[in-house]
Write a protein that binds this ligand. Structure first.
Ligand code: ZN
Length: 151
């Protein structure tokens, strides 16, 4: 179990240090901003949405803590080429992963590398850091033009 925890921490630190899909996306047709005032995390997510509503390409910029940056980085890798339904399913599974109670069993297989955030549920303040990128992605897909703010 300690080995797994070390692996999870190493993945989060790696994605914080070298975030994937970081920067602007010239071909984006949706942009949304996310803000987590509790921690000071700020993200902007750029998405190229296909005619079917799926994610054809995605990038993000911003600054925040290691959890929010790593979560955004891993999310962009995960959702690329997913349909809108698949993105919504992943959002729900990820939200469950980081908020379920300590006694609940986790089935992280469908989330692949996103399972590294399972430890976040022990730190309720960090849940908003981990989910900020997802809320922001949803705002972009909904094209709401509003800033996603964790409450
Ligand atoms: Zn944070």
């Amino acid at each position: 179990m300690d080995d797994l925890r070390d692996l999870y921490q190493a993945t989060i630190l790696d994605h914080n240090k070298r975030p994937r899909n970081f920067g602007e996306l010239a071909t984006a047709n949706r942009v949304a901003e996310g803000n987590n005032p509790l921690c000071g995390d700020q993200l902007r997510v750029h998405v190229r949405v296909g005619s079917d509503g799926g994610v054809e390409d995605i990038a993000f910029e911003g600054s925040g803590c290691a959890i929010s940056t790593a979560s955004a980085s891993l999310m962009t890798e995960f959702v690329k080429n997913l349909s809108r339904d698949e993105v919504d399913g992943a959002f729900e599974a990820f939200h469950d992963l980081v908020t379920r109670g300590p006694g609940d069993e986790v089935e992280p297989r469908s989330l692949n590398k996103l399972a590294v955030f399972s430890g976040v549920r022990e730190y309720p303040m960090r849940v908003k850091c981990a989910t900020l990128a997802w809320h922001t992605l949803r705002a972009a897909l909904d094209n709401s033009g509003q800033t996603a703010v964790t409450e």
